[in-house]
Design a protein around this ligand. Structure first.
Ligand code: FAD
Length: 296
């Protein structure tokens, strides 16, 4: 069965809580500069190691909604949280008018004992939905599969369980090869996953970031991308320009092909968000005929 949908792609941003007061001031300045780009939402990451979610992630998300009137999504990780702690956070979010959560298992740290209340993100999603049906839940997904998964089929099966538990949309891990995203999206559709899948795009704009990506990435780095990092390694302006152009090229292709949305990993830099927005915002105004193939 084939289905046609008319819709516009969304554009959203991700920011992270900075580690110091000085950088917090920098983030607040960046958020002011992102406001007139009118993103569909801004999500705020959390850290499993960081105990004060309320003082960081929730505080920033509240600031985004109250000061800038942009909807925010709070990242909430399960691996080290008890039900009592989650109850408290959900109550706090309710009180602050934050209705959207990106529910995660979170990164694992072998040296820290895990909570036994939530093993996987799916357990947290089901718990939140039971707590209050009105929370809108996003979940993470991995076009090149999660590093702990032994195969893609199993990973997509677990993703489907997260959707069945109540995830309303999915946001991908960053990727640099759009073809791998399209293959993943098709596998999701074939597995009956019908919720929007937002493509996570990270512009790589400086040498430190490039070196970290090359050292740690669990995603494929296409030759064209590696050539940019190599050729402009010692030319910061050229590296920034080429990194932005690479991300813009990915976004143009994804929006043209009918992606549900682009989620931009901004690294708290308003200049990056603005450059991408300026180059692509007219594309987000067009509706797309997206053909979905379902096996029903
Ligand atoms: P899960 O969905 O629980 O999956 C983890 C692994 O378990 C996968 O291999 C999956 O296939 C498997 N699995 C899932 N369910 C089952 C099951 N029922 N039985 C057996 N196996 C199962 N980390 C942070 O700490 N803070 C953040 O703010 C943050 N934001 C992120 C945002 C996005 C968009 C993405 C893509 C990732 C983010 N992460 C963040 C990283 C994420 O926490 C890690 O990748 C983590 O290792 C997995 O989290 P998850 O929610 O995808 O886990």
């Amino acid at each position: 069965m084939k289905r046609l949908e008319n819709k516009k792609a969304s554009l959203s941003f991700e920011v992270f809580p900075p580690s110091s007061k000085a950088t917090m001031a920098g983030l607040y300045t960046s958020l002011s500069q992102m406001e007139d780009l009118r993103p569909d939402f801004i999500s705020v990451t959390c850290s499993n190691k960081q105990l004060s979610l309320k003082e960081s992630t929730v505080k920033i998300a509240t600031h985004i909604q109250k000061k800038h009137q942009v909807p925010s999504i709070v990242h909430l990780s399960a691996a080290y949280s008890s039900k009592a702690e989650v109850n408290q956070i959900l109550g706090d979010l309710h009180q602050k008018g934050i209705q959207s959560i990106l529910a995660l298992r979170g990164d694992l740290y072998p040296e820290i004992p895990r909570s036994t209340d939530f093993r996987y993100a799916g357990d947290l999603i089901a718990y939140i939905k039971e707590w209050d049906q009105s929370f809108s839940i996003s979940a993470a997904c991995y076009p090149e599969r999660h590093p702990e998964s032994s195969n893609t089929l199993e990973d997509i099966q677990h993703l489907r369980e997260k959707v069945n538990a109540g995830a309303d949309q999915l946001i991908t891990q960053l990727f640099f090869d759009n073809e791998l995203f399209y293959q993943f999206q098709e596998k999701c559709w074939l597995a009956g996953i019908e919720v929007p899948i937002l493509a996570g795009i990270m512009p790589v704009v400086n040498k430190r970031q490039a070196e970290r990506i090359v050292r740690t990435a669990s995603v494929q780095l296409p030759q064209k991308f590696l050539a940019i990092l190599e050729k402009y390694a010692d030319n910061p302006v050229a590296l920034r320009d080429a990194g932005l152009a690479y991300a813009i090229d990915q976004i143009v292709d994804l929006v043209t092909q009918g992606v549900s949305g682009i989620h931009l990993y901004t690294m708290n830099q308003a200049g990056i968000a603005r450059s991408i927005y300026t180059a692509t915002h007219s594309l987000f105004e067009s509706t797309t005929n997206q053909e979905k193939v379902s096996i029903l």
